[in-house]
Design a protein around this ligand. Structure first.
Ligand SMILES: Nc1ncnc2c1ncn2[C@@H]1O[C@H](COP(=O)(O)OP(=O)(O)OP(=O)(O)O)[C@@H](O)[C@H]1O
Ligand SMILES: [Mg+2]
Length: 253
């Protein structure tokens, strides 16, 4: 087991956003986390990455308790994410965005790089090489020097993924990576996520695009109003009456 959530509950100002959520991810899996708007999916990501602490329950990554650990330390353990709303440095090039992502894990760090310490020279060459490698991996090598806010929407989404990969994560969390994509971009994204997994990174995916989820995931967890209502292989989830009801609403209502 790579990541395990046990009896996770989260309350915001007296309102229960999540209660008693349990699930686990094995290494090498692509796990889909689905559920209607407001179900609590992003909140789960925020707790795994240390933005919020859960009100109850435990989160362990390779046996280490993540609860109350600061975000940068969780990144250091090997967890990276993308955000539901694109968060790139728009005025920076694609390449610069990746470099920023890498500075959180380089040895000399951000301040040393500003001071141009000797170790930093060597590292800078490495950072450039690795950043270009990542851009090539996601299919953005040709636009390395283009300002990120002028890139096509699908390209910006891929750039966010590349930036997350810059920390060499064991686990990558993707929050609605296909949102706003046209079909051809979604197909490319699917291939990219498969490639990421085949390269040894486990993937936890929040997504509303059901064909993508059902095609890509080894296992799917569905939550509704903060409660897990189903878990299983895609073909089971697709036909699960509670999942269908959560998405479509009861017909006689
Ligand atoms: N920081 C916060 N403060 C107060 N309430 C919050 C906060 N973050 C999330 N919530 C509430 O928790 C619930 C779950 O929100 P969350 O963003 O996790 O849903 P989601 O499943 O990601 O939905 P969507 O598919 O629309 O992105 C919602 O009712 C939301 O209003
Ligand atoms: Mg969300």
């Amino acid at each position: 087991m790579l990541l395990e959530l046990k009896q996770i509950g989260k309350t915001f100002g007296g309102i229960k956003a999540l209660s008693d959520v349990n699930f686990a991810i094995d290494p090498g899996q692509i796990l889909g986390l689905i559920g209607p708007n407001g179900a609590g999916k992003t909140t789960i990501f925020n707790m795994i990455t240390g933005i919020f602490s859960p009100t109850t329950g435990s989160i362990t990554f390779e046996g280490t308790n993540l609860v109350n650990m600061p975000p940068h330390q969780i990144t250091g353990l090997g967890i990276a994410r993308t955000f539901q709303n694109i968060r790139l440095f728009g005025h920076m090039s694609a390449l610069e965005n990746i470099k920023v992502g890498m500075h959180s894990v380089t040895r000399s760090g951000f301040w040393a790089s500003l001071l141009h310490l000797p170790l930093q020279k060597k590292e800078e060459a490495h950072v450039w090489e690795r950043s270009m490698e990542l851009l090539e991996f996601v299919g953005l090598k040709d636009v390395a020097d283009i300002r990120s806010d002028t890139l096509a929407y699908g390209q910006q989404r891929k750039l966010e993924i590349a930036r997350a990969l810059a920390t060499n994560p064991k686990l990558l969390l993707l929050d609605e990576p296909a949102a706003g994509m046209i079909e051809s971009e979604t197909l490319q994204l699917m291939e990219l996520i498969r490639k990421i997994r085949d390269n040894g990174t486990t993937v936890l995916l929040v997504e509303h695009d059901m064909p993508l989820v059902m095609n890509l995931c080894d296992k799917v967890v569905c939550i509704n109003f903060g409660v897990k209502i189903a878990e299983g292989p895609p073909e089971v989830i697709q036909n699960h009456p509670d999942v269908i009801e959560a998405y479509l609403g009861k017909e006689d209502e």
